[in-house]
Design a binder for this molecule. Structure first.
Ligand code: PLZ
Length: 461
């Protein structure tokens, strides 16, 4: 059996953790309830919880909780455990590294793992130009560093991001993120020189212009017009965009939108930055989402799926731009930690050797089929969209395009109670998103989607 067939039939890790949904107690069970009481007493309430169960073990397509419940994982810890939780190669690499050394600080005494990760990123990211990479800890930190590089290279300051964008929770990335609640409200003042342009959002643009909804170049023209009039290329260091918006609602821009924005940036001396924190590393059925439209970003920001669950992020880009930051201008104590780098190398090897880009495409096909069938029977599914293993449904009030956040919440909660981890997102909070680990079997994935379908039908009663 080839690599993918093994994944399809059994999921990865099937030997050590039974790949079966099983409810031993109600969700949450008594031990989770106890732990939740401790959490409330010890952890700041600002740190929220999607599912009130505490995890003890995870792998393949399953997350097991403290009460012995086994849940189907359609969230991957927000698009992180793409190769699966505790993926075998990652576990071995981490174990070996943790026994050798845990930290020296790459800026003090460097080590090979960091360099090898940079080489892999330079090889795998779009474009065959000369590249350099720098490693950090979180997605937000990498986004901030991409802006530092763009400003150092262009000697300009302004940054453009888009409606529905999400780039993080630090001060600069809060300014770049669109949605106020819960990300920004009350936490200002925000970093200056951040401007917002209109996104191509086919499903919602259709309300204004049927043509504009499907014509990416037209939507890009609208955005470029705003950028030229409200900012001006002469002031603009960078345009930052998620090729498929994540937290904003899995918004796939109309074909031609990304290439047109990228081309405008190139023609105007503006650095084009792709934030592939959520879309990167095989998630969308390509190693990076930019590949789908042949877009070559100047800088690409990666994190999440890069290291199988260990905290690591990166900025990769044109050598001349990356090297515009002066010596010691970039860094941080933990950036490119050796354990995280070992995990990243094992993750990349797993994606490449086991054919996980292809597996993401298969998973996408299966999800789209199922969700389109659900949509045919239920006009509250306004839109089904996404690529690869990054698929969502946008829920609306029957017969309208009015967002229905209550419905999304009700369906997610019912799915949770039935033992399926599913996440919501979207500017309007009305999107159910599916981000299964690529280590899930077809059977578990199908069962998970069935549970969601039953949860949706149940809300009609
Ligand atoms: N850029 C495109 O999706 C993180 C956020 C979860 P960090 N998305 C999940 C939450 O509610 O905090 C994300 C992203 C894109 C940047 C980030 C930020 O990555 O690793 O969370 O800092």
């Amino acid at each position: 059996m080839d690599g993918i067939a093994l994944y399809r039939d059994n999921g990865l890790m099937s030997a050590s953790l039974e790949q079966r949904r099983h409810l031993a107690t109600a969700i949450p069970g008594p031990r989770s309830i106890e732990l939740m009481a401790r959490k409330l007493a010890a952890v700041a309430q600002g740190v929220g919880t999607t599912l009130p169960v505490f995890a003890v073990e995870a792998g393949g397509g399953i997350v097991k909780d403290v009460d012995g419940n086994s849940l189907i994982d359609l969230g991957s810890g927000i698009a992180v455990t793409t190769v699966g939780n505790s993926a075998p190669r990652v576990v071995d690499a981490v174990r070996e590294q943790v026994e050798a050394f845990t930290h020296t600080c790459f800026m003090v005494t460097p080590y090979e793992g960091y360099v090898a990760v940079a080489e892999a990123l330079n090889r795998l990211t779009p474009g065959d130009h000369d590249k350099r990479s720098a490693l950090f800890n979180s997605g937000a930190e990498a986004v901030e560093n991409a802006i530092k590089v763009a400003r150092a290279w262009t000697k300009k300051q302004a940054v453009v991001t888009f409606d529905h964008a999400y780039h993080g929770r630090t001060n600069l990335t809060m300014a770049m993120t669109a949605k106020s609640m819960p990300y920004k409200s009350g936490f200002g003042p925000f970093a200056p020189e951040v401007y917002r342009a209109p996104m191509s959002y086919p499903y919602r643009d259709a309300a204004f212009s049927k043509e504009g909804a499907v014509d990416g170049e037209l939507a890009a023209h609208r955005a470029i017009n705003v950028i030229e009039k409200q900012v001006g290329a002469g002031n603009l260091a960078a345009v930052v965009i998620e090729p498929i918006q994540g937290e904003g609602g899995f918004i796939v821009p109309a074909d031609g939108f990304l290439p047109a924005i990228a081309a405008w940036c190139t023609a105007n001396g503006v650095v084009f930055i792709a934030d592939e924190v959520q879309t990167g590393f095989a998630r969308t059925g390509a190693m990076f989402a930019c590949h789908h439209e042949g877009v070559v970003p100047d800088l690409i920001v990666t994190a999440k799926g890069i290291a199988g669950g260990l905290p690591l992020s990166a900025v990769t880009g044109r050598a001349e731009m990356m090297d515009a930051a002066h010596i010691s201008g970039l860094g941080g104590t933990y950036g490119g930690n050796p354990i995280a780098c070992a995990a990243a190398l094992a993750t990349i090897e797993t994606i490449e050797t086991d054919g996980l880009v292809e597996r993401a495409r298969e998973i996408g096909g299966l999800m789209l089929d199922t969700l389109h069938r659900m949509q045919a029977d239920d006009d509250r599914i306004g839109d089904v969209r996404g690529r690869g293993a990054m698929i969502a449904v946008e829920l609306v009030r029957s017969g309208t395009d009015e967002p229905d956040a209550d419905l999304a919440k009700a369906v997610a909660t019912a799915a949770h109670q039935a033992g399926v981890i599913v996440l919501t997102c979207g500017t309007y909070g009305n999107v159910l998103r599916f981000l299964p680990p690529l280590s899930i079997s077809d059977a578990l994935l199908t069962e998970g989607l069935d549970v969601v379908a039953t949860a949706l039908t149940g809300t009609r009663a």
